[in-house]
Design a protein around this ligand. Structure first.
Ligand SMILES: *[C@@H]1O[C@H](CO)[C@@H](O)[C@H](O)[C@H]1NC(C)=O
Ligand SMILES: *[C@@H]1O[C@H](CO)[C@@H](O)[C@H](O)[C@H]1NC(C)=O
Ligand SMILES: *[C@@H]1O[C@H](CO)[C@@H](O)[C@H](O)[C@H]1NC(C)=O
Ligand SMILES: *[C@@H]1O[C@H](CO)[C@@H](O)[C@H](O)[C@H]1NC(C)=O
Ligand SMILES: *[C@@H]1O[C@H](CO)[C@@H](O)[C@H](O)[C@H]1NC(C)=O
Ligand SMILES: *[C@@H]1O[C@H](CO)[C@@H](O)[C@H](O)[C@H]1NC(C)=O
Ligand SMILES: *[C@@H]1O[C@H](CO)[C@@H](O)[C@H](O)[C@H]1NC(C)=O
Length: 857
């Protein structure tokens, strides 16, 4: 009997136990995938190329049938270079528009991969190229320029093909060229991305994902080594995660044998291969870091876009089921509370993933944080784990994945709209401050302000966003292990000294648009006509080159639509030069008084104030956190072509004394008379509330259109803050406000605005609102103004309709649609609604409700 029992055990139990560990999911038909469409081109190559993973890339000759190009045929190649695949060694060069067209045998998801390496060649300078790539109507790259000293880069997209053809069009900008080293257009399985994702704020499900296109920004094998394309079920690359993990010792890597990973119901190795699920980060040693903490991955993103964040989990740490529960946060919001892998995945070492949609309307900032932490209250083991992260960028409303413009030239965000758009690197005029306080004086160049209207897109090629290669071969700044993702964490473009010398016409004194203790700011032209502001540090500046580099590194973390963008820098021969986007409309002050520029309507003034407030709010609370501007005033709020406001000239004083190196923390009071926080003056203690005070003065300046200090006036009127607040208390501000506004301003809107200014100017910092609160008040003032505009336009409409009713309306006339574009029309309203959500986070839901009511009226 005993023997029988043993035999029973051996023959029956053991196999099934084995099956439970490794065999069960075995090989099913869903585990492998043969792409119905599989176009692989080695552009510019004289022969076909077979990669290690056996994939064959066609030679240029054999690719010709897909290409429609009338220009001169130019191919370039090199024998050897530091590239991951041989397909980078040759390139095809286009001097005018060129289109590849591929016949699609099956609709659904397809990868598009573009391989780009700007080969140095005598025939063509690929590093100087600048071009746009559009697939059907989807913008893949907008005025992409590799820049000098660039390395290879691979851009991967995922598109849902619905037509029988897919085209990829390369368009060089005027007088420039385009190039491409390799193209892949390959089918991907339908199940890869489903139509439904989860939102965080509010937590809900959203559908319609398959209508979008995606670009891979991050694909990380958490806790494990890089997974090469040949080891992935779909030829993807999974990078290591270590460099994004902060602090690094918070997490501890664990691995198991990939063969133990199971794929229960509906999941498949096509989602992520076993090697991804077989490694993870769990909580680091609780004894060194404390029992309750977050393990955090920080990923830089451009917050003007939405993202699909996919997190992969498999419990490879627990000894038994129902022991591990933990919290997952995405973008600082709780994404999964008490994730119970035993239940959702059904077993240990079982694959599970979840998709989240995030965007800046949900209060998600850059860097995007993915965090895990144990549940404080849970009974089981205090642990948490994560196996993989994917971040895919989602096309914007004008169907672009790069910049804010669609293939038809439409912009995703109208002029001075709040939704964040261009990415750039924030600027900081204070980089050269050394010890002294400084004053940048913008000198007006009237002809430029006028001309600028014709340059409406000069800014575009510049944002150092993810279309540029962010590398400079010899800069001590870049750490460029792989250029694959470097675009999202770079330091801007590297300029040679000669390049900038030429751009500024050999530092022509007529090109000076700003001067200060640190050196001069020159208006220059790069890339045949793109205007930039070039800031050249004084050689005598006390600030050393090391500080310069530390500061650029810090500055490059600050990215915001409402901070003037840093385009690049030059540190050749110990020069300290920063290149910024050129703000063609100059400082806000010039548009308020003293320059005879056209009058700014109230709505536009509000939008400018909101933009500036956003920039400050970001400095105070955004990714680098706790940066105090220290010199908020109307000359430091610059306006671009579209009158989008951007903060310039912020000092690098971190809150308290958290900045290493005393050089940045000046004990001398910095700031400008008339804007200075009295409390800061008294206590010499800097807080972000000092900026709030100065911003209050800015608001009054905007309302009253006069300088903060005007010594020519009678004594009681000299200081705007004191004087205006007296009138505000008497509720008579309309007596002293800009006369051009009288009658064009909604009284409620003005009241809200004046209240915001008054709160900012409270005597004590603790009584002043945060920039987030100020922002909310300004948004509210804008809503009130727009609501009144809407009322007006409706009246006009009604009047017009009554007058027009007897006449017959021509069929097909566009009156209906054009009325939709009016400010305050329903489309404008819904935009506002989205903006309200941005600030909801800072203001609480009660206030939000108020807004909703306002909108619902
Ligand atoms: C692609 O989009 C079409 C229609 O927009 C949709 O019917 C289809 O399901 C999508 N394909 C996939 C694979 O989701
Ligand atoms: C953790 O990662 C390090 C470095 O990548 C590696 O050397 C080590 O083997 C890993 N440990 C485990 C348990 O996988
Ligand atoms: C972990 O991060 C989340 C979101 O950022 C935060 O709310 C939570 O308090 C953090 N937990 C700990 C223990 O720091
Ligand atoms: C962000 O996502 C929410 C929810 O899906 C959506 O309502 C909102 O329009 C999105 N905002 C932007 C700017 O895409
Ligand atoms: C992406 O583009 C498609 C097609 O133009 C559009 O339907 C969709 O709304 C866009 N996605 C977003 C998030 O705007
Ligand atoms: C790059 O740096 C190396 C070492 O720092 C130096 O030897 C070399 O000359 C530099 N190359 C250029 C082009 O400046
Ligand atoms: C700039 O223009 C000059 C002359 O028109 C031309 O030779 C040069 O190639 C152009 N450079 C770029 C980067 O477009």
């Amino acid at each position: 009997m005993a023997i029988l029992a043993v035999l029973f055990y051996v023959f029956i139990l053991v196999p099934s136990a084995l099956a439970a560990v490794g065999g069960a999911p075995a090989k099913s038909s869903s585990d492998s995938f043969t792409p119905p469409d599989n176009y692989l081109l080695d552009c510019g190559s004289s022969e076909q190329t077979t990669l290690d993973d056996k994939r064959v890339f066609l030679s240029d000759q054999s690719s010709r049938e897909y290409l429609n190009y009338d220009g001169k045929d130019l191919q370039v190649s090199v024998d050897k270079a530091d590239v991951p695949l041989p397909i980078y060694l040759s390139a095809k060069v286009f001097s005018s528009e060129a289109t590849y067209t591929f016949r699609m045998s099956k609709a659904g998801w397809h990868w598009i991969r573009l391989h780009l390496f700007p080969i140095s060649s005598n025939d063509a300078n690929l590093q100087q190229s600048k071009f746009t790539v559009v697939s059907d109507s989807l913008v893949l790259l907008h005025e992409f320029s590799p820049g000098s000293g660039s390395e290879w880069v691979m851009k991967e997209y995922l598109v849902n093909v619905t037509n029988q053809q897919l085209s990829i069009k390369f368009t060089p900008v005027k007088d420039s060229i385009a190039f491409i080293n390799g193209i892949e257009v390959v089918s991907a399985p339908d199940m890869l991305i489903s139509d439904v994702g989860n939102t965080l704020v509010p937590v809900a499900q959203t559908s319609g994902l398959t209508q979008n296109s995606f670009q891979t920004l991050y694909r990380l094998n958490v806790g494990g080594p890089k997974v090469e394309p040949q080891s992935d079920t779909l030829g993807r690359t999974w990078e290591e995660d270590r460099q994004y993990l902060k602090p690094e010792n918070a997490g501890k890597n664990v691995t198991v044998e990939p063969k133990v990973i199971q794929y229960p119901n509906g999941n498949s190795p096509l989602i992520a291969p076993p090697s991804v699920y077989a490694s993870a980060m769990e909580m680091g040693d609780a004894n060194t870091v404390g029992p309750n903490f977050n393990v955090t991955w920080s990923l830089d993103i451009d917050t003007s876009y939405s993202y699909l964040v996919r997190l992969h989990f498999a419990d490879i740490v627990s000894k038994s089921l129902n022991d591990l529960y933990f919290n997952v946060y995405v973008g600082g919001k709780k994404a999964i509370s008490g994730l119970d892998l035993s239940t959702v995945a059904g077993d240990l070492a079982s694959a599970y993933y979840k998709d989240f949609i995030v965007n800046s309307s949900m209060g998600v900032n850059s860097p995007l944080k993915v965090q895990i932490s144990p549940m404080a209250e849970a009974a089981g083991t205090k642990n948490a784990l994560l196996n993989g992260i994917e971040v895919l960028k989602i096309n914007n409303s004008v169907n672009s994945l790069d910049g804010e413009f669609g293939a038809d030239g439409k912009s995703a965000s109208g002029p001075s709209r709040g939704s964040v758009a261009a990415v750039g690197f924030a600027m900081m005029f204070g980089a050269f401050v050394g010890l002294g306080a400084m004053a940048v004086k913008w000198q007006k160049r009237p002809q430029d302000w006028q001309k600028s209207k014709s340059f409406s897109s000069w800014l575009l090629p510049l944002h150092a966003g993810d279309s540029s290669f962010m590398s400079s071969k010899n800069s001590s700044l870049g750490s460029r292990k792989s250029a694959f993702y470097s675009s999202t964490m770079g330091l801007g473009r590297y300029f040679s000294f000669a390049e900038l010398q030429e751009a500024s016409k050999n530092w022509d004194s007529n090109a000076i648009i700003g001067v200060g203790g640190f050196g001069n700011v020159y208006l220059g032209e790069i890339d045949n006509g793109t205007k930039v502001a070039i800031k050249r540090g004084n050689p005598q500046s006390e600030q050393g080159i090391n500080e310069f580099q530390t500061e650029i590194q810090m500055l490059s973390k600050l990215r915001h639509r409402h901070l003037v963008s840093l385009i690049g820098y030059c540190d050749e021969n110990s020069e300290m030069i920063l290149v910024y986007e050129y703000m063609s409309n100059g400082p806000l002050r010039d548009h308020l008084y003293g320059k005879d520029l056209p009058f700014l309507p109230w709505k536009q003034r509000l939008e400018i104030c909101i933009g500036a407030a956003r920039g400050l709010h970001y400095l105070h609370t955004g990714s680098a956190q706790g940066i105090i501007h220290r010199d908020v005033k109307t000359t430091n709020i610059l306006l671009d072509d579209n009158f989008v406001a951007k903060m310039a000239d912020f000092g690098l004083s971190k809150d308290g004394s958290t900045v290493e190196g005393q050089a940045y923390v000046s004990t001398a009071v910095k700031g400008s008379f008339g804007y200075l926080d009295p409390e800061y003056f008294r206590k010499q203690q800097l807080t972000d509330k000092s900026d709030v005070y100065s911003f209050g003065v800015v608001l009054l300046e905007v309302l009253c259109a006069r300088p903060a200090i005007n010594p020519a006036l009678p004594r009681e009127q000299v200081n705007l803050a004191e004087w205006a607040i007296q009138w505000k208390r008497k509720d008579l501000l309309d007596k002293i406000m800009d006369p051009t506004l009288v009658g064009n301003i909604n009284p409620e809107s003005m009241k809200k605005f004046a209240e915001a200014a008054e709160k900012c100017l409270a005597e004590y910092g603790v009584d002043r609102p945060t920039m987030g609160d100020v922002l909310w008040n300004l948004e509210h003032a804008l809503q009130l103004q727009e609501a009144s505009l809407k009322g007006k336009s409706e009246e006009e409409n009604n009047a017009a309709a009554t007058a027009a009713s007897p006449t017959t309306v021509t069929p097909g006339s566009t009156t209906d649609t054009s009325s939709d574009d009016r400010p305050g029309s329903s489309s404008a309203q819904s935009k506002n609604q989205a903006e309200v959500q941005v600030i909801d986070e800072h203001s609480g839901s009660a206030m939000f409700k108020q807004f909703a009511e306002l909108n619902g009226r």
